[in-house]
Design a protein around this ligand. Structure first.
Ligand SMILES: [Zn+2]
Length: 273
């Protein structure tokens, strides 16, 4: 996993640590020296969004997080050399464990074809494909939570709520079902009424796994309309539900364990292969 991805996967947990466990940590994370020392990066881990100068803006990811009442953005200036220190930080603060971190895979590995095809003997990349199965299992679980179903009538009414337009851009043709909160083990979206809105194909593919807030980037009316819709259908996103995230992590890892078990069984069958 690229270092940037690894950092992004942990931002919410780090900020939760600031909110719940260590109230001074946010101040430290906005400090240059502290960030240099702990992450070997040349910008503070995060900065108050309003204090970032226009020329520094590209040094920070666009996502905004509200932590202890402050709206912050996280530095994007990571290099692979920071990886070990970043992991050490997560482990030392008990934000994660090295086992969990080493089990993480890219959220989306649909482009396996682009990866080099390693030989069987020296295959550092062999684990890639399992990431797809793991993500699929998580999607499957999240898609099937609850009893209710989303039927034709629901879809018709949902489109009507949004005036038969794309909820993101207003386009009227080619509307597909879009998950406002993405269905993956980070965002924890679900396939149920309130999380499904009409979107044109272009917006649907551009948004991908982004949050709708980031994708709509300040388009207040559209954001409000989506929020109102979710509320009207009593959809409460699972959000930062640690228990759910933990259980999904277990399911995610179990896929890899099952796979390893069968690989071992088959390898035993053909010991010299
Ligand atoms: Zn659109």
């Amino acid at each position: 996993m690229k270092i940037g991805q690894l950092v992004k996967l942990h931002i919410k947990k780090i900020f939760k640590h600031c909110e719940v466990t260590d109230h001074s940590e946010l101040t430290r994370l906005t400090d240059n020296k502290y960030s240099k020392k702990h992450f070997d990066i040349n910008y503070p881990f995060c900065a108050v969004a309003a204090s970032i100068s226009p020329e520094d803006s590209k040094r920070y990811w666009t996502d905004r997080y509200v932590v202890q009442g402050k709206t912050v953005r996280v530095s994007s200036q990571w290099f692979d050399t920071s990886r070990t220190q970043f992991i050490q930080y997560l482990v030392s603060k008990k934000i994660s464990t090295s086992e969990v971190i080493s089990s993480l895979h890219e959220p989306d590995l649909d482009n396996n074809e682009k990866s080099p095809r390693p030989s069987r003997k020296n295959s550092r990349y062999r684990g890639n494909a399992i990431g797809n199965a793991q993500n699929l299992l998580v999607r499957n679980i999240l898609s099937n939570l609850g009893e209710e179903s989303f039927n034709d009538q629901d879809w018709k009414e949902t489109k009507e709520y949004f005036s038969n337009q794309c909820a993101y851009c207003g386009a009227e043709s080619d509307l597909v079902i879009e998950h406002v909160i993405p269905i993956n083990r980070v965002a924890l979206g679900e396939h149920r009424l309130g999380n499904l809105i009409p979107s044109c194909r272009a917006c649907n593919s551009k948004k991908a796994d982004k949050s709708y807030l980031e994708f709509l980037d300040g388009k207040k009316e559209r954001i409000e309309k989506i929020k109102r819709y979710m509320e009207s259908r009593n959809y409460v996103p699972l959000g930062n539900n640690e228990q759910v995230a933990m259980i999904l992590d277990m399911a995610y890892k179990e896929v890899a364990i099952v796979s390893k078990r069968y690989i071992a069984i088959l390898n035993e069958l053909f010991p010299n292969d």
